[in-house]
Structures are given as C-alpha cells and as structure tokens.
Write a protein that binds this ligand. Structure first.
Ligand code: 5AD
Ligand code: SF4
Length: 466
C-alpha cells in the first residue's frame, strides 16, 4: 500500500499528454495503467508531470482519513495549471477517478466546478466516450453508477508490465461490510472475472516478460470466476496459473480469513510457485471488537487458520492489517490484539488508527476512542510490529535465498530484487539480470530490506523456491 503518498505514472510524449496521479492500494495502481491503456487509442501518451498536460487523472483512495482533503488540495494546484493551459489557448481535461469520486462525486463538483470528469472504479471502460464528451462541451461528465456491463469486457488488452513483476486484478468489490470500511459502498458488490479471461491475461503478461504475477482483489480469496464447470475457486486458479511455463512466482492479495478454504490452503503446500508469504488482515485480536467490526471470525479462528497454513507451508511468512481505537475498544481489547501479534509473529504489517468514514456503521457509534489514546496504542502496536519485522529479517542472515531480480539496486553496480517473502534485497551484481531468479547469500538485515552477495553462477530456479 502507498496510501500516504501520491505516485505518478509517466513515460514518453505523444500527440496528447496524459498525467495520472495514483493514491491508495495496488488495485488503484493497476486501474491507473488500465485507464492509460484505454486512452492510448485516442492518442494519449503518459507524461511525467502535469504541467502542460492535455489530461490529468487523479485516481483516488477513500479508505482512511484526509483522503478527500488531499484530493481537494491537489485539485487546487491543478486548477492553476489548467488556467495556465487555457491562457495559452490549450485545454487540460481534469478527471477525478477512484473511490473518492465514487463516494463524493457531488461534493467534488460543488467544491471544484472546474473538474471535467468524475468517474467511479466500475466505469473506466467508458473513459474514451467521457473524454470525447468533455472535449466537446463545457460542464462536467459524471459516471459513478455500477453498470450492468463488465468493464473488463470493454477494456483493451493490458499493456506490457514495466518489469518482471505484474499485477492482475481478478476480483473487485466486497460483500463483507466490516463496520469501519467504505469499500462495499465505493467498489460495490463482489464481482469475479472469469477463469479463462484471467488465465489468458496471465499468459499475455508472461509472454511480455512477467515472471511474477500478483492476483489482486479487495477480497481476492472470495474469487469465484466462472470456469468450464461453473464457479471456480482461487485454489483452482492458482493451480491453473502454475501450468504457465516461465511464470515463476504467484502471489495474491488481499484476503479475508473467512474465505481461506481447504483447497487454497492445500495449494500453499502443493504449488511451489505460490510464494510463502500471505497478507491476511485480522484487524483486532479481541473477540468483542471483531464482533463489533462484523468480521465474522474470532481471534481463535484466525490463530487456527494460521496454524493450518503453517502446517501446509512451514516457511510461510505473514502480514496483516490492524486497526487500533475502533469504537468501543478498551485497554483489555487492545491487550488482546498485542497478545495475538505475539502469538503469530508477523514478518510485516500495516496498522492504522481508526478513522470514521461517513456512511459506515462504526462512524456513528457513541463509543469513539479519544485521539490521544489511539495514538498511544498505535505507537505501542507499531513498536512491537517493527521488532517482529526486524527479527524476521535478522533471521534471514546467513541463509541462501532465491531472489527475483527486478532491476538495478540502490547504488551503481547493484542489483535489486525480492525474496520469496517479499523483502527487498540488494547485492553487487551485473546489469542484465532483471527477470532472472538468482541465488544469493543474505549478509545483513535492515528494518525494511536485506543486503546479500550474489552466489557464483546465478541459476534459474524455475519452479523451486528457497
Ligand atoms: N480506519 C482505519 N483503518 C481502516 N482501514 C479500512 N478502513 C479503515 C478506517 N475507517 C484499514 C483496514 C484495512 C486496510 C486496507 O485499511 O485495516 O484492512
Ligand atoms: Fe473492507 Fe472488510 Fe471488505 Fe476488507 S473485508 S474490503 S475491510 S468491508
């Protein structure tokens, strides 16, 4: 996740210049590339900066605090560039996409009437038509409905991945309605792409150079795409993807504990390409709070699941999401979360202070936790998670590990890549190894990464991972 910082996508200049600013999860990053793809036939090519662009898209995230405010302050900045462009006799089309657009479309048009297009995540395939309408007329074009047609049927083929790792959205939306979360409202009901379409896109990505594919979905393990014999399962999809030669690594994110079925757990034991790293949000370790959150699992259910996953794949490393200060959370509830963390031992995690999202059930609860208390709990929780991450990284020192080289390292003469457990690794090494799986020895651990030495004779490890 990269919720706190905007990311920009861009490259060469063509007839029209498109600048996309992306906030939020990997699904938004994927969506931004698909919006870029859908606009390419109209002559739009990515631009590094918004200055002088013919179109700027803000792909927004609504999941936590200050999301809308960030969007409005960015819009204020872009308004000046849009005016400058008009003063030169040009036009900059300004579009707001993503979950803030879905949730607050009317508010955006009221506060920023210079915005030309507001579109929700399910309507990206309509972007060319909306751009055409916006180019012809003054006044905003808005699409925040949940159309009956599937956008994936109407989007062009995905463009080439920018390196050996690629993302592939297989599922969108969520039916779980956790008390704190806007996703079921902004992304709508769960929808799965069909098995054949996913496998075909994966084959294309591999043909274009991907060695690792991360399957994406708000509730990815609830995927039930249509297959030849009816609705399929994620375990089945993973096995189907493992048949693709040259696809060395498969990952999936984000999962819900309730949707971890026996077959998916078995896939972790049986499919070597399925990497031994799982992001499985638990949110809290207190049953009272898990019930208030409408999570539909207890702390014991989660721990049992972890035990089963570790029995299937003993080297499995775990990641999670935590919320502190959900309405009603007492000191004892918080202690239960700390105890769960101690019991599991996480390789990494994301943790947040609860922030009320308008329209969600928890936002109106009378038992809001004071801000200072949330701060204190978050600091204690993050200190423990940092300790666990450092311990996990330190444990790798001295081990021989397979690394997928993703490109150059931090310094000249270095390569950079990822371990099976998703840790970034740097090692001295030659150019030209990107996309190869090389064997390294880990020599030092840092908070968020590892240093390594490349072992002689880098070998392709097609199917066996350390
Ligand atoms: N407040 C704080 N954190 C939240 N998340 C989702 N909604 C909220 C909220 N209202 C966190 C959850 C989720 C992650 C993507 O963001 O931990 O798993
Ligand atoms: Fe939000 Fe809960 Fe759905 Fe995850 S499972 S997207 S937290 S409602």
């Amino acid at each position: 996740m990269s919720d706190e910082s905007g990311q920009s996508a861009g490259a060469k200049v063509n007839t029209r210049r498109l600048h996309v600013i992306t906030w939020g999860c990997q699904m938004n990053v994927y969506d931004s590339t698909r919006m870029t793809d859908v606009l390419a036939p109209l002559g739009y090519a990515p631009a590094e900066a918004p200055d002088g662009a013919d179109m700027v898209i803000l792909n927004t995230c609504h999941i936590r605090d200050r999301a809308a405010e960030k969007v409005f302050s960015e819009l204020g900045r872009l308004r000046l560039l849009k005016q400058a462009r008009e003063a030169e006799g040009g036009r900059m089309i300004l579009a707001v996409a993503g979950c803030v657009a879905q949730a607050e479309g009317a508010e955006i048009l009221a506060r920023a009437p210079y915005v030309d297009i507001v579109l929700g995540p399910q309507t990206y395939h309509r972007l060319p038509e909306m751009v055409a309408r916006a180019s012809r007329a003054a006044g905003a074009v808005i699409a925040t409905d949940f159309p009956a047609e599937d956008k994936f049927d109407h989007l062009p083929e995905a463009s080439a991945p920018s390196g050996p790792t690629a993302f592939l959205t297989i599922q969108e939306g969520c039916d779980k309605f956790c008390s704190f979360c806007v996703v079921p409202y902004t992304r709508g009901a769960e929808q799965s792409r069909p098995l054949g379409a996913v496998v075909a896109e994966a084959r294309r990505l591999v043909a274009l150079g991907a060695r690792e594919i991360t399957l994406l979905g708000q509730n990815v393990n609830a995927w039930h795409g249509e297959g030849p014999h009816g609705p399929s399962t994620l375990g089945h999809l993973v096995r189907a993807l493992a048949e693709i030669p040259d696809l060395a690594r498969i990952r999936y994110t984000t999962s819900h504990p309730r949707d971890m079925d026996d077959d998916l757990i078995a896939a972790h034991a049986e499919v070597p390409q399925l990497m031994p790293f799982l992001h499985l949000p638990v949110q809290s370790g207190a049953d009272r709070i898990l019930a208030a959150m409408n999570r539909r699992h207890t702390a014991a259910d989660y721990l049992r699941l972890i035990d089963r996953l570790r029995a299937a794949r003993p080297d499995l490393a775990l990641s999670s999401d935590f919320i502190v200060g959900h309405p009603g959370e007492t000191e004892a509830d918080f202690a239960a979360t700390m105890a769960l963390i101690e019991r599991v031992g996480f390789a990494q995690a994301f943790s947040f202070k609860y922030s009320p999202r308008p329209g969600t059930p928890a936002a109106g609860a009378p038992t809001q936790v004071p801000e200072a208390e949330k701060d204190r709990r978050l600091q204690a929780l993050q200190a423990l998670l940092r300790e666990q991450q450092a311990a996990f990284n330190a444990d790798c020192v001295g081990r021989t590990v397979d690394v997928l080289v993703t490109g150059p390292g931090r310094r000249p003469g270095q390569i950079g890549g990822r371990t099976p457990w998703l840790q970034p690794v740097h090692a001295d090494g030659p150019d030209g190894l990107a996309g190869r799986i090389v064997r390294v020895k880990i020599v030092a651990a840092h908070q968020n990464s590892l240093s390594a030495t490349l072992l002689p004779h880098p070998q392709e490890q097609e199917r066996t991972q350390a």
